[in-house]
Design a protein around this ligand. Structure first.
Ligand code: ZN
Length: 269
């Protein structure tokens, strides 16, 4: 499993010089950790490995919000091979993600990636695995609920015309930084992270809490180009030197004086 990371400090550390100045709100965004993506019809190898690190992050107790997205399709969803007379896609992993052109009810040609039937609302495959820890205050976002639209991102449908309630929810909690984990890296995690950047969040992906269906490196390059920061759960749970809120603030070079100045002027990085 890739464990690449960049040199940005952990978003969980806060401000080691000015702990009282740490007013940054952090969210954990858990993408599509559902049975069908782990052991069901659309299982990616090693997908089960993301659960323990995801639980470790949650249990750090440093998040102001934990939101889970759930791929939630009606039967006959547009992304199912069987909907378009291609049920064989269910049996052959090489056919997953096949591009298919079809005419929608308005006669407009659409291009759709076809996948095995998966995550049908309230089915066993739709559920979270028992080993994924959940909390009483968790927030939930359901995507892909429109029979005619697919939705890889937890923010928008793929055609970007309709938006979930995720951004409004995160804004209501004052979240500025997001750590994204879950399934799978090069599809739903990637598109969620790219939309989060567009929405103005600082975005981190824990590379050891996600796995790729296809080309990891291609997706990672695309994400880094757009400003997504890559780290690991171990790094996010450690306490590296430096400050997240004020990267130029460093205990060795500035120390308490800088902290007092910051507090006096209420400077925001
Ligand atoms: Zn889906």
């Amino acid at each position: 499993m890739p464990t690449e990371e960049d040199d940005s400090p952990s978003p969980l550390v806060g401000n080691p010089v000015c702990p009282q100045y740490d007013n940054n709100k952090r969210g954990l965004l858990i993408i599509d950790i559902q049975n069908d993506f782990i052991s069901g019809s659309l299982a990616t190898p090693n997908a089960n490995d993301v659960i323990i690190p995801t639980n470790m992050l949650r249990n750090k107790g440093v998040f102001d919000d934990i939101t889970l997205s759930m791929d939630s399709h009606p039967k006959d969803h547009v992304s199912f091979g069987s909907t378009h007379g291609h049920p064989m896609i269910n049996d052959n992993m090489n056919d997953w993600g096949t591009e298919y052109k079809w005419s929608d009810p308005n006669g407009i040609e659409q291009t759709q990636m076809l996948w095995p039937d998966h995550c049908v609302w309230k089915s066993d495959g739709w559920n979270n695995p028992d080993s994924l820890e959940l909390g009483a205050n968790d927030h939930w976002v359901f995507k892909g609920t429109d029979v005619l639209r697919d939705s890889y991102s937890a923010f928008f449908d793929n055609d970007q015309t309709s938006e979930t309630k995720l951004h409004a929810h995160l804004q209501s909690k004052g979240i500025k930084d997001l750590i994204i984990v879950g399934l799978v890296f090069d599809v739903c995690v990637k598109f969620t992270a790219l939309d989060a950047i567009k929405k103005g969040y600082r975005v981190y992906i824990a590379s050891d809490a996600t796995v790729a269906f296809g080309d990891w490196d291609k997706a990672a390059d695309e994400l880094k180009e757009e400003g997504v920061r890559m780290g690991t759960v171990q790094k996010y749970l450690s306490n590296p030197a430096g400050s997240f809120n004020c990267p130029e603030t460093n205990a060795d070079s500035f120390g308490e004086l800088h902290c007092k100045v910051l507090l006096m002027v209420r400077f925001v990085c």
